[in-house]
Design a protein around this ligand. Sequence first.
Ligand code: NAG
Ligand code: NAG
Ligand code: NAG
Length: 237
Amino acid sequence: MAAADVRTSGLCPRSCRHLLLVLVMLCRLPAGRGSGEQLCDWCPAELRNSSEVVKMCQASHQVLRGRCCLSREEDKDIIVGLDLWNCSLGPLDSELQNASAALTIDISGNPQLDLSITAFQGFTNLQYIALPSSPSCPGGNAYWESVQNETNRLVCQNQRSSCNSTGQMVFLCPENALCAPDGPGLFKCPCDENYHGYKCLREGTFPMIMFFGILGAVTFACSLLFWCSQRRKVKNS
Ligand SMILES: *[C@@H]1O[C@H](CO)[C@@H](O)[C@H](O)[C@H]1NC(C)=O
Ligand SMILES: *[C@@H]1O[C@H](CO)[C@@H](O)[C@H](O)[C@H]1NC(C)=O
Ligand SMILES: *[C@@H]1O[C@H](CO)[C@@H](O)[C@H](O)[C@H]1NC(C)=O
């Protein structure tokens, strides 16, 4: 940072210093106690008392807010329960990712709901989900211990690991990699310690800090130069 500061201050002094100040302020903003909160305010009607999310939230002494049950962590709220019953949902994939730590989700009562097969990627904690009528649970019924087909909704409970000894997934990971659950019916293959790269074939740890450090510095310097040159053009014309 300091090096970039010195070098660019000669290029366009005042405006760059202002930009740097703004960037520094942005970096210092506390990491989102707001992330994903629009999901909690998705529809105005209140949560039903009979909701599984309300039950779960009260039993675990967490905080109810809008349509969410939140777990208060040090610097942010994590969505552990989400009830979007009767919210006229359509496509939901990207917003749903904000609830990937959830244990309980109810998105039933939304006949137009449109989810892709990877909508629940990363939902490893999910133990209860109620969906509008659908042919099967996320990832397939085999990945749930209990599947109840009710009128207009499907309830799936107790997610099974996709990386158990009888499941097929274990054998799809390359050598030197583990199989790790990544949501219902989904898995990933993180490399064993001391291996990295394509198919985990490279030995030795990946120099993560150095790589991202250099990448970050280069990106920062380039954007600064670009921004400054644009300003000069505007000023000169
Ligand atoms: C739901 O619970 C709240 C608070 O416990 C209560 O005030 C309200 O009357 C209940 N609503 C229904 C429909 O039972
Ligand atoms: C579902 O939502 C619609 C629109 O917000 C509302 O008119 C309707 O009363 C709701 N249904 C129930 C059973 O609460
Ligand atoms: C392992 O996963 C398969 C589904 O792939 C399931 O049928 C089986 O019951 C699971 N076994 C255990 C011990 O969880």
